[in-house]
Design a protein around this ligand. Structure first.
Ligand code: M6R
Length: 611
């Protein structure tokens, strides 16, 4: 949450920062701002999206070779001009941007007020900044030293970047818990929350670690820990192309990302799955094959859509590997003092690799001796680096706030892990194993077939767009898909939607059913199919509108339903990768029909780096 960008070098800083903020806007869009250092320190900020800021700055002299910028997802203080970042210190000499939460800010604020400080905003950021300024003044030390002293007293998470009017050739940055990438150019440096603002200038980056302070000049990058000891910057080469973060002719990132899924699933399987040879090769998993095979328990921790992928995996692991699996909301798991036993394996699932709750959950479990495997999309992200092993999903940058292609790629990885472990354990028969490899290899093509129905789904969306509520129902592997369908609809169209196990419907939600309620059944061919049909009849008997995702060739279900979405035939384990596509499209087209900003839904941010 919140995106930060900064530049120091010989180019014009403002256009680089502005473009960077637009790329990071998925992280928060309540307000944005820039601070530029030329002959003096100037700060410009505005409530609303980056485009609103840009408009107010047209015609202004924005010349500067050093600057910082921020796009905000509000935590402390409502979205407003004065709560927008950058903030200026009381003496007007320092400006700072921040991503994270300073938990003990109230105590620090009280101390500073006693010392005569006045605050212009409600933010924790302004408190930290003035705390640093106060240390600077009292200790007469360099800014980096003041930052180190201040951070030792901070409880919470942060990436901060400061510019100092008295030291215009230096940026000071620090991180704990929130992400910071530094791009290394020739005589210039770029700082950002992720690599997307940096990629067109340089592919050489340094991922700053927790508790590191960076002292950045045009031609020098020094990293130190909070004990003032030099750390060696580890330079990584970015494996990402600019085209991957642009819309490529699509109206929205969400639509582009839905349509990318044949390719992203293929990329995820490529080089790993060889159906012909009957092998699955995943280096970061192979190294922990024994631990997985012998695990007493697999605990999956994740949030949101990634948690739904974890639920599908629970069913798959239990069936194919005959192992006990628990799927935990990371936010609950981290505070529950969970019992972690020797032999437990934790799988963390995360698109961004930066979700604060998931990150802390695995840090805690790691301390207790668990093996941590990450299923992560963003290369080099905090969760990936904290995990012992794991596998990247290779879905490419996901910019739309609603997660789509990351989900199907997560499922592809989790199926591969389960197949691998199950086969090695002997809990899956070779015939089924080999058939599943063939079926999995065919999924990208089948996703293409599903996507061909997009016009039909659009028509369906227009038919049901005015419904105030939706119910999504499924059993077995399709239950998590129902949850995911409901989440997609809620976040994109603001229509209230709930997902339930189809049988659970009778224990309460059926009271909602009337002739106005659309009920989306994920009713693809599986062992529960007959039972799901009975549930459909129960809805129909109460005049609910039945929309169903079914498998091609099913001639009976259409006799019950009002509307249909059809997927090609596949194994029930793999069907979620197909049925979810229809639900993503349905949410997208309903959102569009209702005039919603589908890429940036209200109140949301792509990467939830605060707990
Ligand atoms: O980056 P992560 O996968 O860890 O993010 C988890 C959730 O924040 C995320 O899936 C969120 O629920 C999305 N908005 C869902 O579309």
């Amino acid at each position: 949450m919140c995106g930060i960008v900064a530049y120091i070098g010989s180019r014009e800083a403002y256009p680089i920062i502005l473009k960077g903020l637009k790329r990071l806007e998925y992280r928060g869009y309540d307000s944005s701002g820039v601070a530029l250092l030329n002959s003096g320190l100037k700060v410009y900020k505005k409530k609303g999206k980056v485009a609103d800021l840009e408009e107010t700055l047209i015609g202004k002299d924005m010349h500067a070779n050093v600057g910082i910028g921020h796009t905000r997802w509000a935590t402390h203080g409502e979205p407003s001009d004065c709560n927008a970042h950058p903030h200026m210190s009381q003496n007007g000499k320092l400006a700072m941007i921040h991503n994270g939460i300073i938990e003990n800010y109230a105590q620090l604020k009280t101390e500073l007020i006693k010392k005569g400080y006045e605050f212009k905003s409600d933010t924790d950021t302004e408190v930290l900044l003035n705390f640093i300024e106060n240390i600077l003044q009292n200790n007469n030390c360099p800014l980096e030293e003041a930052v180190r002293i201040a951070l030792k007293r901070i409880v919470g998470a942060y990436v901060i970047v400061l510019i100092d009017q008295d030291n215009p050739d230096t940026l000071i940055a620090a991180r704990k818990g929130s992400p910071l990438v530094i791009g290394i150019g020739k005589g210039e440096h770029f700082l950002a929350s992720d690599a997307s603002p940096i990629i067109e200038y340089t592919k050489e980056v340094v991922y700053v670690n927790d508790y590191e302070v960076a002292i950045i000049k045009s031609d020098e990058l020094i990293l130190k820990n909070l004990g003032n000891e030099r750390q060696t910057p580890y330079i990584t080469k970015l494996d990402m192309e600019l085209a991957a973060i642009e819309k490529g002719g699509y109206e929205h990132f969400m639509l582009k990302e839905i349509f990318e899924q044949p390719t992203t699933i293929f990329d995820c399987l490529r080089g790993r799955l060889d159906a012909h040879a009957g092998t699955i090769t995943m280096k970061g998993i192979d190294e922990y094959a024994e631990e997985l095979k012998n695990a007493n328990r697999i605990v999956i921790v994740a949030c949101g859509t990634s948690w739904h992928a974890g639920l599908v995996a629970e069913y798959i692991f239990e069936e194919l590997c005959r192992v006990n699996v628990e799927v935990e909301y990371a936010s609950e798991f981290r505070y529950r003092n969970p019992v972690i036993n020797k032999g437990d394996v934790i799988i963390a699932i995360s698109q961004s690799g930066e979700t604060a709750d998931t990150l802390v959950a695995i840090e805690n479990a790691k301390e207790k001796g668990a093996i941590i495997l990450g299923v992560v999309n963003v290369v080099g992200s905090s969760i990936a680096r904290t995990s012992h092993g794991g596998a990247y999903t290779h879905a490419g940058p996901e910019i739309g706030v609603a997660s789509t292609k990351a989900f199907t790629a997560q499922l592809a990885i989790l199926v591969m892990i389960a197949l691998k472990v199950g086969f090695e354990k002997g809990t899956i028969e070779e015939k089924r194993y080999r058939q599943l490899l063939i079926d999995l290899e065919a999924i990208p093509q089948k996703v293409e077939v599903v996507l061909k129905d997009h016009e039909k789904i659009k028509a369906l969306a227009e038919k049901y767009m005015d419904a105030p509520d939706f119910l999504y129902l499924g059993r077995g592997y399709n239950f998590p898909v129902a949850l995911e369908g409901a989440l997609k609809l809620k976040e994109i169209s603001y229509i209230h939607a709930e997902g339930y196990p189809a049988a659970e419907m009778k224990h309460g939600p059926i009271a909602l059913v009337d002739e106005k309620l659309p009920v989306v059944f994920i009713a693809t061919k599986d062992v529960y199919h007959q039972k799901v049909l009975s549930n459909m009849q129960e809805i129909k008997a109460r005049k609910g509108k039945v929309i169903a995702v079914i498998t091609e060739g099913d001639t009976h279900t259409p006799t019950i339903t009002n509307d249909l979405m059809i997927i090609p035939e596949t194994d029930e384990i793999l069907a979620p990768m197909l049925s979810v596509i229809h639900l993503q499209l349905l949410a997208y087209y309903i959102g569009i029909a209702k005039g919603c900003d589908v890429d940036k839904p209200r109140n949301l941010a792509k990467s939830v780096t605060v707990e």
